[in-house]
Design a protein around this ligand. Sequence first.
Ligand code: ADP
Ligand code: MG
Length: 225
Amino acid sequence: MTRSSVRGVFVTGTGTEVGKTVVAAVLARTLAAAGRTVAVFKPAVSGLDDLGEGVEPDHALLRRAAGSTQSDPEIAPYRYGPPVSPHLGAELAGERIDPERILGAAREASERGDFLVCEGVGGLMVPLTLGYLVRDFARELGLPTVIASAPGLGTINHTLLTVEAARAVGLDARMVVLTPWPDDPSAVERSNREAIERLGAIRTATVPRLDLSAIESWPPLGLDA
Ligand SMILES: Nc1ncnc2c1ncn2[C@@H]1O[C@H](COP(=O)(O)OP(=O)(O)O)[C@@H](O)[C@H]1O
Ligand SMILES: [Mg+2]
């Protein structure tokens, strides 16, 4: 297992738009509500040009959930407009993502709190550069990993692939969080959860559909059972 001097959690997911930011925000909020000073981080954000009306960028939702006063660049050192993989976002902006800069920024962010909640970008195999994947960054950070995934059809395969990709490089795949988990889950959704637990040998938790504007209404989500 990788080990880290940083205390925190790394939130990845089975892909993009699967609930990573929501899960990271709920973890951050839970800790902040318990009196912890929480710092947040995300190595790169893209798609800032494409946000719908009233939709917050990831770094803003994470900051609000954590009650943090970090600036945008302190939370997310690389921020791009086009909705593309970060390695391409950087290329379109005429730059390259520097792995050392990201790691340094993550460590600095972690000093702003006693717990760091770090959200990945897309899934584990997303390139930050063509020689450095999100998974490489997660490994260097060495935090326990939480996997956000959808409850419905297709999730068993995507989730187990992600668990395997994490464990293949020694990441501590700690928990899968199914989101948004329906109030009245179907037989398929319940079966998916059970299959992921059994086949992935991993704990699962759920997050119901939340009102993202009302953080005080969110139910707590802890890292431990
Ligand atoms: N539990 C939830 N409650 C409300 N909305 C959710 C929930 N889970 C996911 N979503 C919605 O699904 C979409 C994708 O979630 P997000 O956390 O932004 O995904 P990712 O960070 O993986 O791209 C967003 O519109 C988000 O608001
Ligand atoms: Mg996100």
